[in-house]
Design a protein around this ligand. Structure first.
Ligand SMILES: NC(=O)CC[C@H](N)C(=O)O
Length: 360
């Protein structure tokens, strides 16, 4: 083995776990969260919603299928969920240095090193996850040689760090959709471009109310939704109008905050590809892809709003909708990547609402 340097994972409760370094040999601090997804590390690691987080993967063997090479679709990545790795650090049980996949171009360790992201393996991730479930998500650090201070990323405006600063245009379909980029996953863009859409991607704090759009989309993104005051302000103006609005994950939280509801931090979040949700008022459930640490407090939803989906594990709000206007959002990820695609139909529902609005 080329790199057998020892590193430590240290949690804010004093837990110290020794492991072996892979990826970059560097120290990093962040919020330690776990995902029980069994596949999809190329997608997860490039999801901007993980910014500031040290990710623990509970699947016991990681790296065995390597990392694909980059390919472009329009001007965005065809494979990854953004143009870089966003996690702060990676924690796994067994890191497979050998990889084999028809599409692999490099190893997970080399890919992490390329972006200067540290990994630690040889960690009892089952014990660690039980601890995070009992005590809740904790701050932590991977210490490689030099010790560093703990740091709470939820105090930072992470959205401002990951949102692209330029307005960008994609596609030439008939529905003009503004995508508010709070750290959007590229599969959201791909899902729109597979449909009849002209997409205008704007930065998180851009005054999109000045654009003559047909529909408004609010992306996923990292950190505490209450940090996005500028987006919430612009959204409040959009909510006064009747043009369709759709939001995903952070977008659901921003829609709720703009509507006057409150959000709170979950004990340890929902991060996996098998989260069951119920379509409220029906017996229809879906298995969904999720990655969030905050949630909407259903009890605070104003009277004109209702819960659209409910998490069947813990009863928390998985989406909201306006009772009379075409505004809805989900806490889970209908675009998947990774995870099940069963709720991708919500993009069609949104574009149907857009077409109906234009034909009214
Ligand atoms: N994937 C997301 O958009 C996450 C939203 C928010 N940052 C949370 O953790 O709850």
């Amino acid at each position: 083995m080329e790199n057998t340097k020892q590193v430590k994972l240290i949690l804010e409760d004093g837990t110290e776990i020794e492991g072996t370094s892979f990826g970059a040999f560097t120290s990093v601090a962040g919020e330690v969260v776990f995902s029980t997804a069994m596949t999809g590390y190329p997608e997860n690691l490039t999801d901007p919603s993980f910014a500031g987080q040290i990710l623990v993967l509970t699947y016991p063997m990681v790296g065995n299928y390597g990392v694909p090479g980059e390919e472009l679709y329009e001007s965005i990545s065809k494979i990854f969920e953004s143009d870089k790795i966003h996690i702060a650090g990676l924690v796994v049980n067994y890191y497979s240095e050998e990889h084999s996949h028809w599409n692999a171009a490099k190893s997970l360790g080399d890919w992490l090193a390329e972006y200067n992201i540290p990994g630690i393996f040889g960690v009892d991730t089952r014990m660690l996850t039980k601890k995070l479930r009992e005590k809740g998500a904790m701050l932590g650090k991977i210490v490689a040689g030099e010790d560093i201070e703990l740091h709470d990323p939820n105090q930072d405006n992470l959205v401002a760090q990951v949102s692209q600063p330029e307005v960008q245009h994609y596609g030439s379909g008939q529905h003009k959709i503004v995508l508010v980029d709070c750290g959007t996953k590229t599969n959201i863009i791909r899902c729109f471009l597979e449909r009849d859409v002209e997409l205008i991607r704007v930065p998180w704090d851009y005054d999109f109310t000045k654009i003559d759009y047909d529909g408004l989309f609010l992306s996923n993104g990292p950190g505490d939704p209450k940090m996005c005051e500028a987006t919430i302000g612009h959204l409040q103006t959009a909510l006064q109008q009747d043009k369709p609005i759709f939001g995903i994950c952070l977008g659901n939280q921003l829609m709720s905050l703009a509507a006057g509801a409150d959000t709170f931090k979950l004990k340890y979040g929902h991060r996996s590809h098998n989260q069951p949700v119920l379509l409220t008022g029906t017996k229809r459930s879906f298995i969904t892809s999720q990655n969030h640490g905050f949630a909407v407090d259903t009890a605070t939803l104003p009277a004109e709003w209702t819960m659209l989906f409910e998490n069947l594990n813990d009863g928390t709000c998985e989406g909201i909708k306006h009772k009379t206007k075409p505004f809805f959002s989900t806490q889970f990820h209908p675009e998947a990547a990774g995870g099940p695609e069963d709720t991708e139909y919500l993009f069609d529902d949104f574009l149907t609402a857009v077409a109906d609005y234009k034909n009214r």
